[in-house]
Design a protein around this ligand. Structure first.
Ligand SMILES: [Zn+2]
Length: 138
Protein backbone atom coordinates (compact mmCIF):
# COMPACT_ATOMS: atom_id res chain seq x y z
CA UNK A 1 0.00 0.00 0.00
CA UNK A 2 1.52 3.29 -1.14
CA UNK A 3 0.51 6.89 -0.67
CA UNK A 4 1.33 9.52 -3.29
CA UNK A 5 2.99 12.53 -1.72
CA UNK A 6 3.84 15.77 -3.47
CA UNK A 7 7.45 16.66 -2.65
CA UNK A 8 9.20 19.95 -3.35
CA UNK A 9 12.97 20.07 -3.11
CA UNK A 10 13.87 22.73 -0.48
CA UNK A 11 16.98 23.69 -2.45
CA UNK A 12 15.97 23.92 -6.12
CA UNK A 13 12.15 23.77 -5.68
CA UNK A 14 11.68 20.96 -8.20
CA UNK A 15 8.33 19.26 -7.59
CA UNK A 16 7.59 15.59 -7.97
CA UNK A 17 5.01 13.12 -6.69
CA UNK A 18 6.56 10.09 -5.04
CA UNK A 19 4.94 6.96 -3.69
CA UNK A 20 5.70 6.32 -0.03
CA UNK A 21 5.02 2.86 1.42
CA UNK A 22 2.33 3.19 4.09
CA UNK A 23 4.36 0.98 6.42
CA UNK A 24 7.25 3.44 6.84
CA UNK A 25 5.13 6.01 8.62
CA UNK A 26 5.11 5.05 12.27
CA UNK A 27 1.53 5.41 13.45
CA UNK A 28 2.72 5.61 17.06
CA UNK A 29 4.64 8.80 16.40
CA UNK A 30 3.40 12.18 15.29
CA UNK A 31 6.22 12.84 12.85
CA UNK A 32 8.40 10.54 10.80
CA UNK A 33 11.57 11.64 9.05
CA UNK A 34 12.13 10.34 5.56
CA UNK A 35 15.39 10.79 3.74
CA UNK A 36 15.06 11.58 0.05
CA UNK A 37 18.26 10.42 -1.65
CA UNK A 38 19.91 12.17 -4.58
CA UNK A 39 18.23 11.31 -7.85
CA UNK A 40 14.76 10.73 -6.40
CA UNK A 41 13.37 14.22 -7.01
CA UNK A 42 16.44 16.02 -8.31
CA UNK A 43 20.18 16.03 -7.66
CA UNK A 44 19.76 17.01 -4.01
CA UNK A 45 19.60 14.92 -0.88
CA UNK A 46 17.17 16.17 1.76
CA UNK A 47 14.80 15.02 4.46
CA UNK A 48 11.08 15.46 4.81
CA UNK A 49 9.02 15.40 7.98
CA UNK A 50 5.75 13.66 7.39
CA UNK A 51 2.83 13.32 9.77
CA UNK A 52 0.50 10.37 10.32
CA UNK A 53 -1.80 11.63 7.59
CA UNK A 54 1.03 11.70 5.06
CA UNK A 55 1.10 15.49 4.97
CA UNK A 56 4.55 16.98 4.58
CA UNK A 57 5.16 19.16 7.64
CA UNK A 58 8.66 20.36 6.84
CA UNK A 59 11.85 19.93 4.90
CA UNK A 60 15.47 19.87 5.92
CA UNK A 61 18.54 20.20 3.78
CA UNK A 62 21.17 17.52 4.26
CA UNK A 63 24.58 19.14 4.11
CA UNK A 64 26.72 16.05 4.30
CA UNK A 65 26.08 12.55 3.16
CA UNK A 66 28.45 9.82 4.33
CA UNK A 67 28.01 7.08 1.79
CA UNK A 68 24.87 4.99 1.71
CA UNK A 69 23.74 3.65 5.06
CA UNK A 70 20.54 1.71 4.65
CA UNK A 71 19.61 1.78 8.35
CA UNK A 72 19.74 5.53 8.56
CA UNK A 73 17.86 6.26 5.34
CA UNK A 74 14.50 5.97 6.98
CA UNK A 75 14.30 6.77 10.62
CA UNK A 76 11.65 8.03 12.94
CA UNK A 77 12.25 10.86 15.32
CA UNK A 78 10.61 11.51 18.63
CA UNK A 79 11.28 15.23 18.61
CA UNK A 80 11.28 17.39 15.51
CA UNK A 81 14.24 19.35 14.23
CA UNK A 82 13.91 22.99 13.39
CA UNK A 83 13.18 23.18 9.68
CA UNK A 84 15.00 26.46 9.25
CA UNK A 85 18.17 27.22 11.17
CA UNK A 86 17.08 30.83 11.83
CA UNK A 87 13.97 29.79 13.77
CA UNK A 88 13.97 30.76 17.43
CA UNK A 89 13.10 28.21 20.09
CA UNK A 90 9.76 29.91 20.55
CA UNK A 91 8.95 29.70 16.84
CA UNK A 92 9.89 26.04 16.80
CA UNK A 93 7.74 25.46 19.84
CA UNK A 94 4.73 27.22 18.33
CA UNK A 95 5.13 25.30 15.08
CA UNK A 96 5.66 21.87 16.59
CA UNK A 97 4.19 22.03 20.10
CA UNK A 98 1.89 19.10 19.45
CA UNK A 99 4.91 16.92 18.73
CA UNK A 100 7.03 17.95 21.69
CA UNK A 101 6.98 15.67 24.73
CA UNK A 102 5.58 17.15 27.93
CA UNK A 103 8.88 16.52 29.72
CA UNK A 104 11.10 18.02 27.03
CA UNK A 105 13.82 20.01 28.84
CA UNK A 106 14.62 22.35 25.97
CA UNK A 107 11.04 23.58 25.67
CA UNK A 108 10.18 23.40 29.37
CA UNK A 109 9.51 27.12 29.82
CA UNK A 110 7.17 27.19 26.81
CA UNK A 111 5.42 24.01 27.94
CA UNK A 112 4.78 25.44 31.41
CA UNK A 113 3.43 28.69 29.97
CA UNK A 114 1.28 27.01 27.34
CA UNK A 115 -2.42 27.03 28.19
CA UNK A 116 -3.57 25.00 25.18
CA UNK A 117 -1.09 22.26 26.01
CA UNK A 118 -2.18 22.13 29.66
CA UNK A 119 -5.76 21.59 28.52
CA UNK A 120 -4.59 18.81 26.24
CA UNK A 121 -2.72 17.09 29.07
CA UNK A 122 -5.77 17.37 31.32
CA UNK A 123 -8.00 15.85 28.64
CA UNK A 124 -5.58 12.98 28.14
CA UNK A 125 -5.49 12.20 31.82
CA UNK A 126 -9.27 12.20 32.05
CA UNK A 127 -9.58 9.89 29.06
CA UNK A 128 -7.05 7.45 30.50
CA UNK A 129 -8.91 7.28 33.79
CA UNK A 130 -12.22 6.70 32.04
CA UNK A 131 -10.83 3.87 29.95
CA UNK A 132 -9.51 2.14 33.03
CA UNK A 133 -12.87 2.51 34.75
CA UNK A 134 -14.57 0.93 31.77
CA UNK A 135 -12.24 -2.04 31.82
CA UNK A 136 -12.82 -2.62 35.51
CA UNK A 137 -16.57 -2.59 35.01
CA UNK A 138 -16.32 -5.40 32.43
ZN1 LIG B 1 16.88 19.95 -5.68
Amino acid sequence: MHISVNIICPICKVKKVINIPKSIVNQAKQLSTISIPKGTICKHHFQIFIDKNFSVRGYQKVDFELGVQKDSEIKNISSPYPVKKEMTLEEIYNEFWEFIDDNNEVFRKFILADKKRRNLILNTVIKTVNNRDLLENI
